[in-house]
Design a binder for this molecule. Structure first.
Ligand SMILES: [Zn+2]
Length: 280
């Protein structure tokens, strides 16, 4: 059944767990996430990158909305990392009621104004908004310590930011990175705790691919209610395709797709168990 992100995050808050938000790029990814959610009796978020929706458009959005509606467990559909007011407005009209308004490339004040403006529009359309404070990098390499720290979420700004913007969830930067971690992931839990003390909205951690059980557990204890997982699901898909096409006989395409769905589905179901959202 289709539901909204705030309802899911509320469910996670009450249950002391987190929801997995998995980026999908096509039908196989969508089937894998919904299949995993049904297998693990878990809620989930189907997440579409702004970049992929600008290429694949309405068919991809419709695929996700239809898959969520016909699922036997609660599923929300979320637009990930959009910095464009027009884009967000267009997709709200097409039924994507959960969006990330990403103003993290802007200075603090400008990010606050951008996010507040989008939040007003989204709330007017009965939607929900995730915002980001700080700036998530692909990897921290090449930055000096002060440069790196300047990109982390500042707990002294976080309370005002959420109160002023009306954001329904806040993505934090505490050492998490997009893509693969080049060394052992290290999360700044002191910072996370300080953010949680001033922000009552649910917290979101992007770059959850590669986080082990201890890091995930501690993050949940400190208020993270949504983990974004992209890299690992994408890798499961690509590895499965590579394996199918490296066989000496060229396989049937339906078999190739089925294997790819299975590979992503087992990865996603394992994440749901790790995040505590599974009830199987
Ligand atoms: Zn992200």
């Amino acid at each position: 059944m289709i539901t909204n992100t705030v309802a899911l995050l509320g469910m996670a808050e009450r249950g002391g767990f987190a929801i997995g938000a998995f980026n999908v790029y096509n039908l196989e990814g969508t089937l894998a996430v919904v299949g995993a959610a049904e297998e693990a009796a878990s809620p989930a978020i189907l997440q579409i990158m702004a970049e992929s929706i600008s290429r694949e458009g309405r068919p991809l959005a419709s695929t996700c909305l239809e898959a969520a509606s016909s699922a036997s467990v609660p599923i929300a559909v979320h637009l990930d990392h959009s910095s464009s007011r027009d884009e967000i407005e267009r997709w709200l009209e097409s039924g994507l009621k959960s969006v990330m308004a990403d103003g993290s490339h802007l200075e603090f004040e400008a990010n606050m104004e951008f996010t507040r403006d989008i939040a007003e529009m989204v709330h007017y359309n009965d939607g929900v908004v995730e915002a980001e404070l700080g700036r998530l990098t692909g990897a921290e390499d090449g930055l000096t310590v002060p440069e790196y720290e300047a990109k982390l979420t500042d707990p002294t700004q976080a309370g005002d930011f959420v109160a002023h913007t009306g954001a329904d969830a806040l993505a934090v930067c505490i050492g998490n990175v997009h893509g693969r971690y080049r060394s052992e992931p290290r999360l700044d839990f002191e910072r996370l705790e300080a953010i949680r003390d001033v922000v009552s909205a649910p917290l979101v951690l992007h770059g959850a691919s590669g986080l082990d059980e201890d890091l995930v557990r501690r993050s949940i204890e400190l208020g993270v209610r949504k983990f974004n997982v992209n890299t690992e699901v994408r890798a499961a898909y690509i590895d499965s395709l590579a394996e199918s096409f490296s066989a000496t006989e060229s396989p049937e395409l339906v078999v190739v797709m089925e294997r790819a769905v299975d590979a992503m589905q087992s990865l996603v179901a394992a994440k749901m168990r790790l995040f505590g959202s599974a009830s199987d």
